[in-house]
Write a protein that binds this ligand. Structure first.
Ligand SMILES: Nc1ncnc2c1ncn2[C@@H]1O[C@H](COP(=O)(O)OP(=O)(O)OP(=O)(O)O)[C@@H](O)[C@H]1O
Length: 196
């Protein structure tokens, strides 16, 4: 594999709540690749996502990631008083993203019919689609997705899989923590539970 390295962990150890989750973790994620984090509740999957995003510092080792990764967590981080399109445009302006990219991302998550609906009125699956549209519109090469499939119906899971396929084909990389099959083809799998 010759693609640019988008994310690398070198000998990383992580402690949380007084417990060592893992140590000696070394991984690389290159352009076009996907890595799926699996393992039981509390294994440390979200912690790896947070380490990758720079929101958590490693106790040992080194983490290097592409600047400004696209991060999907359980927090929606959108103004829930605004309509879907306005809420996404607000972030797009901060991220320096063109309006056309927002509409394209909304379309890819089948959100155009919901464009004027206030975020607070959306169902949990619809909110997750909006959060995914924000990541897609953001244009980052590195996507860090924590449980991206939660709450999505079968059609929306297909849209997510299509979006990840296009992203990788365009030279992006995907790191995803998930308990379910999210349709990532040719992904490597890291069982975080087996690292304790
Ligand atoms: N802010 C925190 N302070 C202290 N401990 C924390 C904190 N956040 C998480 N932990 C602990 O770190 C461990 C790993 O949590 P993490 O969220 O990374 O697991 P996970 O594999 O993503 O779990 P799940 O499948 O439930 O989402 C858990 O034991 C958790 O209690």
């Amino acid at each position: 594999m010759t693609g640019a390295v988008l994310l690398s962990f070198d000998g990383v150890a992580c402690r949380r709540g007084g417990r060592r989750l893992f140590s000696g973790l070394s991984i690389d994620l290159r352009a076009g690749e996907a890595l799926v984090l699996t393992g039981p509740n509390g294994a440390g999957k979200s912690s790896i996502i947070r380490l990758s995003a720079g929101l958590l510092a490693p106790d040992e080792g080194r983490v290097a990631a592409s600047a400004s990764p696209g991060l999907l967590t359980h927090d929606l981080a959108l103004d829930d008083m605004l309509g879907v399109e306005r809420a996404l445009r607000f972030w797009a302006r901060l991220d320096g993203v063109e309006e056309a990219a927002v509409r394209e991302a909304m379309d890819s998550m089948d959100l155009m019919p919901l464009a004027p609906v206030p975020v607070r009125m959306l169902s949990s699956g619809q909110k997750r689609r909006v959060a995914l549209a924000r990541v897609i519109a953001g244009g980052s090469r590195l996507w860090l997705l924590d449980e991206p499939g939660v709450g999505l119906d079968a059609h929306s899971l297909t849209l997510l899989a299509d979006a990840m396929r296009r992203h990788r084909a365009a030279g992006g990389g995907v790191l995803a923590a998930t308990h379910m099959d999210i349709g990532l083809e040719n992904a490597r799998v890291l069982d975080v539970g087996a690292m304790a």
